[in-house]
Design a protein around this ligand. Structure first.
Ligand code: URA
Length: 207
């Protein structure tokens, strides 16, 4: 730009077409029809997620198991019962938070989700985060934490502290299924969720 043209009026730009954000209910309907990956062939249900659409805390697990696949709801089996207890221990009812997973369909035999399945499914979760706009995210287990934080760190490198990611305040702790296998980790999980609660009281004092 020359010195002379610096203050000339800028020609009007064509208006950007804003893509209207879906609400949670409409997004849920779209996701129910998803056939982006092979898990659509074997699932009984798409487990979209559930909870308070205005939740300040979004809890993210890994993938539905057999109970969740049968009922179409997240964390309703043994892991879910433990998750409910963990939440209650820090003063949250299940209905206070929003609960979802990295992937929405059960991998056969509960194997770990494959990279391409995560890539197909992650945009749905990103849209849920965009709609709900929680202040705090609780990441359950290494798969959830590595996927969201886009790292390959170990659980011990991620838990026990606040991690800022994309404007969200994240806490990482053990997956309830891991706690059922190794109850020694429950004390560390307790420390993690207490940290989360203290942070919640600071950033969401009137919620
Ligand atoms: N484990 C998960 O990670 N998510 C569920 O919904 C159930 C079990």
């Amino acid at each position: 730009m020359t010195q002379e043209s610096l203050f000339d009026p800028v020609p009007e730009q064509p208006k950007q077409q804003a893509v209207p954000a879906l609400d949670l209910g409409s997004l849920g309907k779209v996701v129910q029809e998803c056939r982006k990956c092979r898990l659509a062939e074997t699932r009984n249900s798409v487990v979209f997620g559930e909870g308070n659409p205005k939740a300040r805390v979004f809890v993210i697990g890994e993938a539905p198991g057999a109970d969740e696949d049968a009922q179409g709801r997240p964390f309703v089996g043994r892991s879910g019962q433990l998750l409910d207890k963990i939440l209650l221990a820090i003063g949250f009812e299940r209905s206070d938070v929003y609960i979802g997973n990295i992937i929405k369909c059960r991998p056969p035999q509960n194997r770990n989700p494959l990279g391409d399945e995560i890539e197909c499914c992650k945009p749905w979760l990103m849209q849920q985060l965009e709609i709900i706009k929680p202040n705090i995210i609780l990441l359950l287990g290494r798969v959830a934490a590595n996927t969201i934080l886009e790292n390959t760190l170990s659980m011990s490198a991620m838990r026990g502290k606040l991690i800022r990611w994309n404007g969200f305040d994240c806490f990482v702790t053990y997956h309830p299924a891991a706690l059922l296998r190794n109850p020694n980790w429950k004390r560390l999980c307790w420390e993690d969720v207490q940290l989360l609660r203290a942070h919640y009281d600071k950033v969401c004092p009137n919620s």
